[in-house]
Write a protein that binds this ligand. Sequence first.
Ligand code: NAD
Length: 256
Amino acid sequence: MSGLLAGKTALVMGARNKWSIAWAIAQAYSAQGAKLALTYQGDREEKPVNELAESLGGALVMNCDVTDSAQVEAVFAQIRSEYGRLDAMVHAIAYAKREDLTGTFLDTSRDGFLLAMDVSVYSLVETAKHAAALMTDGGSIQTLTYLGGERVVPNYNVMGVAKAALQASVRYLAADLGPKNIRVNALSAGPIKTMAARGISDFDIMLHAVEERSPLRRNVTQQEVANASVFLASDLASAVTGETFHVDCGYHITAL
Ligand code: NAD
């Protein structure tokens, strides 16, 4: 199928390099006809993300640290002035201190807890509010989550608690924005080797577990997550909202 997002404008937040899930989503949206805006965080990511955007034949590329409300506001002001409106937003952003992604959850510091919640959860709430103001003809808002928000996954710790809050936020936002025909969903991706994943201790054990025990007996790819994201952003998913949509080769249904 092609042209599923033709005529739509989308903001994808969180593409930092070619392994980023957000980058696979940006490529898939572009291939389906969407006009794109991308955000990256900080000077270090500027050059690689601009190079990636060029390979799409151009996109509006902006710096945005989501812990800074002024930067968030500036991003949406620029989208308003360049594109006028928005049909889809993908939030693929998370952060926790490395020391909070190892050992026991019990040892999480107040600082570490608040930081993970601010970057990984509150940022969805704030960006969704700005995005919704530009979604004058309905729209789709998506975020990325992981099974560690529903079950205990060793070392995922504070990020698991953040993902649980993120998934609850999706449901509350879906209820708030549904009357404007704006759908809000979470994509629960299986483990994928990315920069963010490298911060989690023993990440390879998560990959092996999925390979051995998931119904499909393999891991998921960024492209498969991106395909599911295209579906959720498209009119094919017009009745889907408030959902946590697992794209994990079925691993979430297994017990042992
Ligand atoms: P990634 O490292 O490529 O992306 C993480 C992004 O978060 C980066 O672009 C980074 O710049 C951004 N970020 C961190 N702090 C930020 C801040 N203060 N302001 C703005 N941006 C900030 O890794 P990824 O795996 O593609 O992660 C994308 C999303 O997918 C995350 O929410 C992650 O939790 C989720 N996810 C990842 C996996 C996996 O196994 N890789 C599985 C399920 C869900």
